[in-house]
Design a protein. Structure first.
Length: 210
């Protein structure tokens, strides 16, 4: 119950913060130009990355993309909330409007489906995604990311079809707290309770969601 309340609090806090910020209408045409010039080498021009280490961005929730790109950007005198030398360099010269534009562009693209590759762990991955791990206090992934992995705006990203390698890396980064830009430590709290095998199984399972 406490974890569920914390999740709801995180949604409300984020939605309130975003609502308080003045928003200009995103320009997907400009976003496409940015994607082709800045993002395509790693994520492909349409956001359907073919490199397992780099996430697919096509169809991702635009508010989530805005948050992540903003978190990669260091503020004057402050470290970035999400640390990555590569992404930090990529977003350094992007304005808030640029970020909104490119996020809207990738969000509007059609994601290509992925597939689970490890038939021996699909059952475990499905069980965790749909029902969590009760004995460890791990909630179902579907509670925040949706039954089909489509994500729940504003806070929770689309997972369906994402590269298993990328998802696994991020889960382990949450667990070690190398990644720490999650409101109320939600993902860090969840990942800290999961083993390598459990993380790998659920990451592979969500790759095949659609």
């Amino acid at each position: 119950m406490k974890l569920r309340l914390a999740l709801l609090a995180g949604i409300c806090a984020t939605a309130t913060a975003l609502a308080a910020e003045p928003q200009n209408k995103a320009d997907t045409a400009k976003g496409r130009t940015i994607a082709e010039q800045v993002c395509a080498a790693c994520h492909s021009a349409d956001g359907n990355s073919v490199i397992p280490a780099n996430p697919k961005l096509a169809g991702q929730i635009d508010e989530y993309l805005v948050k992540q790109l903003t978190n990669f950007k260091a503020a004057p005198g402050k470290d970035a909330q999400r640390k990555s030398p590569v992404m930090g360099a990529m977003v350094a010269n992007l304005s808030p409007q640029d970020i909104r534009d490119v996020a809207a562009y990738f969000s509007s693209q059609t994601p290509k489906p992925g597939a689970a590759k490890n038939k021996d762990t699909v059952t475990l991955g499905q069980s965790i995604y749909r029902g969590g791990i009760a004995e460890k206090g791990v909630p179902a992934c579907a509670a925040c990311h949706g039954a089909s992995g489509a994500g729940v705006p504003v806070q929770y990203p689309r997972l369906a079809g994402q590269h298993a390698e990328y998802t696994e890396t991020q889960m382990k980064a949450w667990r070690s707290a190398d990644r720490a830009n999650d409101p109320n430590k939600m993902m860090r709290t969840i990942a800290a309770k999961m083993s390598d095998a459990e993380i790998s199984a659920v990451a592979d399972y969500v790759a095949g969601l659609h």
